[in-house]
Design a protein around this ligand. Structure first.
Ligand code: CTP
Length: 396
């Protein structure tokens, strides 16, 4: 079950939040409540403290909070943030990243998925500023449960009413089920490129940015998995999600060692890293110096171990292995060969001649043992990652 932070903001519908909190607890979730000072004009802190058997956070400046940084603690604890009711003011704060009180500060520090249930006067809901803010939140990946049409507190019927608590609970239940199909699963994901030293200052590397592997780690964590992200050389920021354990490695040898260790009790491995195929036969102890009149340099390289193949050949029956095939020509022919030779369950084939490295989008074809290829249209790496995670969840 999940750790849910329920944010209650100022609006008459705040009384309905008590029934939602109770319902979430009955469903087995662990709930903490954060309230704005305006919410406390409608419902009391005591109601929610009694329901959750835990103090309500509504002030960052209380003496008891001085040493604890309570908003960071609560933000880290959160697996799902629910704002109910979400007032126009709180929506505006969230959309613009304002942190002016305990609630807005805590939600700004929260990396987990967020669901908001707006409730307000119809004119406020239809105001272009609110519409803009809602559009911004949707773009940021916040899920919006649309207000219902019905009698408003003002005494007339219009869109703006908060849905009934039962509807909110069933919406959340569906949201959690749809998105949590990897709960209790451990997924090992590699990202970025390996670095093979030539001498103490030079190395053989590649163009991998780590974007695909990191998008996969985020998608798997969002689906409830416990992720081990083993990353080499990357050019983007690492995710902050606490469900993602991060391990930095340098060479292909380091990566193999870490993958072996992490895969032992894992359910799946996704090899999104660009692993070097060659390494120096012997890494020079000192910086290689140019000799007088030297015009060429020959490096003696030896093959690295194929991590994917090595792991796949020893995997248990219920463990799933996904590899990538980065090709510049004969995409499907080469990818098919990799599927067979590496004994992977899936190969995600992509044509890297087309500006893929570092790009936000990609076009991939999915190859699977004994199945027809799936040719996915061009889409963002985040969307591809979600679809791969979905595919994987069918097998786990
Ligand atoms: N891979 C691996 N270990 C290696 C090389 C590659 O685990 N030493 C993995 C990659 O992470 C990827 C898949 O194998 O999931 C295919 O990688 P790719 O670079 O496309 O192919 P290679 O096996 O390196 O073959 P080639 O360079 O000949 O295309």
């Amino acid at each position: 079950m999940m750790r849910i932070a329920v944010y209650i903001t100022g609006g008459i519908a705040a009384y309905k939040a008590a029934i939602v909190v109770r319902g979430l607890e009955k469903m087995g979730h662990e709930v903490r409540v954060i309230m704005t000072k305006n919410a406390e004009k409608f419902v009391t802190r005591q109601t929610f403290a009694t329901l959750t058997k835990y103090p309500v956070l509504d002030d960052l400046w209380l003496a008891q909070n001085e040493a604890k940084v309570p908003h960071v603690h609560l933000a880290k604890w959160t697996e799902l943030a629910l704002v109910i009711p979400a007032s126009a003011d709180f929506i505006a704060k969230m959309a613009n990243g304002l942190a002016t009180d305990a609630a807005s500060t805590t939600i700004l520090a929260t990396a987990s998925p967020k669901v908001i249930v707006p409730a307000m006067n119809d004119n406020m809901w239809n105001n272009p500023a609110t519409k803009r803010n809602i559009a911004l939140l949707m773009k940021d990946g916040v899920k919006i449960m649309e207000p219902a049409v019905g009698m408003l507190a003002e005494g007339y019927s219009a869109k703006g009413r908060m849905p009934e608590p039962e509807e909110v609970l069933s919406y959340l239940d569906k949201f959690l089920q749809r998105n949590q199909n990897l709960i209790n699963k451990k997924i090992v994901i590699t990202a970025g490129g390996t670095i093979e030293a030539i001498d103490p200052v030079r190395y053989i590397g590649n163009n991998s940015s780590g974007k695909m592997g990191i998008a996969l780690a985020e998608a798997a964590a969002e689906a409830g998995a416990c992720v081990s992200l083993i990353y080499g050389n990357i050019s983007i920021e690492l995710p902050e999600d606490k469900r993602i354990q991060k391990f930095h490695v340098t060479s292909s040898e380091d990566m193999l060692e870490k993958v072996q260790e992490e895969f032992k009790d894992a359910d799946a491995l996704i090899m999104a890293a660009a692993v070097a195929d060659w390494r120096m036969k012997k890494v020079a102890d000192h910086k290689l110096k140019k000799q007088e009149n030297q015009n060429e340099l020959h490096l003696s390289l030896v093959k690295t171990k194929d991590i994917l193949k090595e792991i796949a050949s020893k995997k248990k029956d219920n463990q799933v292995i996904v590899g990538f095939a980065a090709e510049t020509n004969d995409l499907l022919k080469n990818a098919n060969r990799k599927l067979k030779e590496k004994e992977a369950d899936y190969i995600i084939a992509n044509d890297v001649s087309k500006n893929v490295f570092g790009n936000d989008e990609d076009q991939v074809t999915i190859l699977q043992k004994d199945s027809k290829n799936q040719n996915w249209p061009r889409m963002s790496k985040q969307q591809i990652a979600k679809k791969i995670v979905n595919l994987l969840s069918n097998d786990l």
